[in-house]
Design a protein around this ligand. Structure first.
Ligand code: GLN
Length: 532
């Protein structure tokens, strides 16, 4: 089949869940046997979100090929199981950089370089994935970040308009997601913002084919009909995205309303039978039938849902597969001290010590690690979390009081976490960490290897500059903290554990990036099992 292009834009307000809708469309088309990829175009000028504070843009998701991307790629992967790459996350900054580099090389042969056509041409090239080699994809779903009307997303919208006018225009479908607010005082749902948003899009030359209306209350047929007629859209192409108890219910709701069928019809593709999505439904049944609740503490410094998105989802998913609803209790590491730690962690079945960068809140993480180790609470340290477990052990078991990471204290005598050799000469911050998938061998008989059901190699994604200092390895092992996961190529310690604790494991890599709805991550599964 010739590749088809689905564009997902958003109107009225941000945070409507375009990522979830895009991921759901991907999943529904996959269920029909199509090969799908999903990409995100973000209007900001950063080359990638790797240098962004999580408060700005939530978690930074890392692809297997080591690209730092928007957290929506996490949704794409969790819903569809596809592995995204650096080609699936594009920013205005990257578009401009490519064009400017080309200009400096003299490739434009004396032309004046302009937003239209040079920037828009580069956007189109990326939207059509012309750089991606050997790709056989039936559907490319492109989510455009931001909200219609933003100055900064205009070139993306213009590029979509041009793609629609080009020969082969029937290969493009535009899905627009808007918001229908409910006014309590009037007891009414209001479609006017949607009408305005569609008008704005039409003013930019795009007639949306399909409207997805986000709403907190059910929209009746009369309401949908009104939107359909005012916005020039077929009634069957107006679907609603009501608040759901879980985001994983969204694909099923979209399928029930025929969103995927509407897309196929618009593209002139025979619709065929509705796929059963048996495994997904099995998962949803498990989710609906969890019988117990467990409390997990998330020790980190960003009190924002999106900052640890993949970790939260991985904990939830592993909980569901173990028959439990995971209640996540955020514990701000900046306010943890020796006196309050017992109260802060009271009632927690397990503790997860979060990744992070920089000094702020790390002493709290070390205190939490100490409390968990000495009270034998199941504990999972990820990246910086693992490093804090290692430092705590050095300070309190090996007796090196000033043990530290050189990230926090470059002058410490006991650099148990130190900069990797190849990192020492790096001056540029963006995209220069140890990023992406590396292999890791597991020590036979270790708890980690049992969780993975074998000795590996396993492949996990990384995002860090510092590492366990091998000079201390023997001392740790003799004292009781074992290095049970090793990257064979560079001999780097990737997993530590204390075998005589119930579950005390730290990983230098980020298992949360590869946990999906149908394949929850083995370490999260094992951790939650221990917590239960
Ligand atoms: N700041 C630490 C490092 O660079 C840990 C990074 C992380 O937690 N992702 O090694």
């Amino acid at each position: 089949m010739q590749t088809k292009y689905i564009f997902v834009t958003g109107g009225v307000v941000s945070s409507l869940g375009k990522g979830i809708i895009s991921a759901s469309i991907g999943q529904l088309l996959q269920a029909r046997g199509y090969k799908v990829t999903i990409q995100k175009f973000d209007p900001y000028i950063n080359i990638d979100p790797g240098t962004l504070n999580p408060y700005e843009h939530g978690e930074c998701f890392v692809t297997e090929d080591g690209f730092e991307t928007d957290l929506d790629l996490g949704h794409y992967e969790r819903f569809t199981g596809i592995h995204t790459t650096r080609d699936n996350s594009i920013t205005t900054g990257r578009i401009y950089k490519t064009v400017i580099d080309r200009e400096r090389r003299g490739d434009y042969l004396g032309k004046t370089i302009q937003v239209v056509p040079h920037i828009t041409d580069e956007i189109k090239r990326r939207m059509l994935r012309q750089d991606v080699q050997d790709e056989t994809i039936d559907f490319v779903i492109t989510e455009v970040g931001g909200t219609i009307g933003d100055i900064e997303s205009q070139p993306f919208i213009e590029a979509i308009r041009q793609l629609r006018c080009q020969p082969g225009r029937c290969n493009v479908v535009c899905v627009h997601l808007t918001y229908v607010p409910y006014l309590k005082a009037a007891d009414e749902l209001k479609t006017k913002p949607t009408q305005h948003s569609v008008k704005e899009l039409q003013g930019m030359g795009i007639q949306p084919d399909i409207l997805v209306l986000r709403t907190e209350r059910h929209l009746d047929d009369a309401m949908r009909m009104k939107v359909a007629s005012f916005c020039n859209v077929d009634l069957e192409c107006v679907v609603q995205s009501e608040d759901m108890p879980s985001i994983y219910e969204v694909p099923v709701s979209m399928q029930r309303q025929g969103l995927d069928a509407a897309i196929l019809r618009k593209l002139g593709i025979p619709v065929g039978e509705t796929p059963a999505m048996t495994n997904w439904h099995k998962f949803l049944d498990k989710q609906r039938n969890t019988t117990r609740e467990i409390h997990i503490a998330l020790v980190g410094k960003y009190d924002l849902q999106d900052a640890y998105k993949s970790i939260r989802e991985s904990l939830n998913l592993a909980g569901i597969y173990n028959g439990a609803k995971t209640a996540i209790n955020f514990v701000n590491s900046e306010v943890i001290d020796e006196k309050n730690i017992a109260t802060k962690l009271y009632g927690m079945a397990g503790v997860l010590i979060c990744p992070g960068f920089g000094q702020r809140g790390i002493e709290g993480k070390i205190i939490a690690a100490n409390y968990c180790r000495t009270h034998d609470i199941p504990t999972f340290g990820i990246c910086l979390g693992m490093q804090m477990m290692v430092i705590e052990y050095a300070r309190n078991v090996l007796g090196y009081e000033d043990a530290d990471s050189t990230e926090m204290n470059p002058n410490t005598t006991h650099k148990v976490i130190d900069l990797m050799e190849e990192q020492k000469s790096i001056t540029q911050m963006g995209g220069t960490m140890r990023l992406g998938t590396y292999d890791c061998e597991l020590a036979e008989g270790s708890r980690a290897s049992k969780a993975y059901d074998g000795i590996g190699p396993i492949y996990e994604r990384h995002r860090h500059r510092y590492e366990f200092n091998n000079a201390y390895k023997t001392e740790y092992e003799v004292a009781g903290m074992k290095c049970v996961g090793i990257n064979p190529g560079a001999n780097l310690v990737e997993i530590v554990e204390i075998p005589d604790k119930r579950w005390y494991i730290g990983t230098q890599f980020h298992p949360e990036y590869s946990s999906t709805v149908l394949h929850p991550h083995p370490l999260f599964m094992s951790f939650i099992k221990a917590c239960i």
